[in-house]
Design a protein around this ligand. Sequence first.
Ligand SMILES: [Zn+2]
Ligand SMILES: [Zn+2]
Length: 307
Amino acid sequence: MDPGTAILAHEPLIRLGGFALMFLAVAGWELAAPRRAPRLPRARRWAANLGLVALNTLLLRLLLPLAAAGVAALAAGRGWGVLHLVELPTWVAVLVAVVALDFVVWLQHVMVHAVPALWRLHRVHHADLDYDVTTGTRFHPLEIGLSMLVKLAAILVIGPPVLAVVVFEALLNLAAMFNHGNIQLPGRLDRLLRWVIVTPDMHRVHHSVEPDEMNSNFGFNLPWWDRLFGTYRAQLRAGHAAMVIGLPDLRDPRQVQRLGGMLALPWRGGAPGSALTKGVRRRTGPAPDARRPAETAAGKEGSDQGL
Ligand SMILES: [Zn+2]
Ligand SMILES: [Zn+2]
């Protein structure tokens, strides 16, 4: 059995094992030293968020059983994609492919904020009223399907080694659970890690109700794209303890914290427009940064306003 086939054969087990270990690690950390006091009881929220993960996993396996690694193996066999046109050492091809796939995911995240119809789907991720390890896995099934189709198209264009796709998907899964953690890293470690991976304090900014904060820090894995394209924001104006999580117009737990409500959310709430234009309008308005200086609770929370 060649390495690609071996990886493919064990991929579901590798994925499930990694998911379970990371979930337990972050959930344990959240229980021992939570960053913020949870707003809602955990049991009901977790049942809904994890119910959505189970539903998404089932649907993906049923509807797109080949999945990303399978399509990468198909592309490799046929010589499809840019990376199959050039001779590269395997480790270089893996590295290039992982970075390129991460950029595609970042770009897709910006697009789901920018396009009104896609923002309707992505609101499910943002509507969680608390922020913890389960938030990182909470996406509407239609957004999960769309993400998979975008990823498959990217794989056909990039032509990554099968190993790169397995590594990328595992990294993205693990990173999403880590950076949605209701946890805090020591200030210096957070500042250092932010150069190589999105930290919990960095991504939590993206879950603020404030439009300009919500439209920053789009990265799920590598933090470079936000710094490169000017969407990086080091900290929240209100600080991590006092910030409000979620969406300003969706605050009813019966709508946003129950499985049925979450599935119906894209069709609720009139015409929500796009998150990005709200952010732009807000930014060109009465200068929120000046109105509420970046004072807030920064020092005592060990944050890094200087970045
Ligand atoms: Zn988002
Ligand atoms: Zn998020």
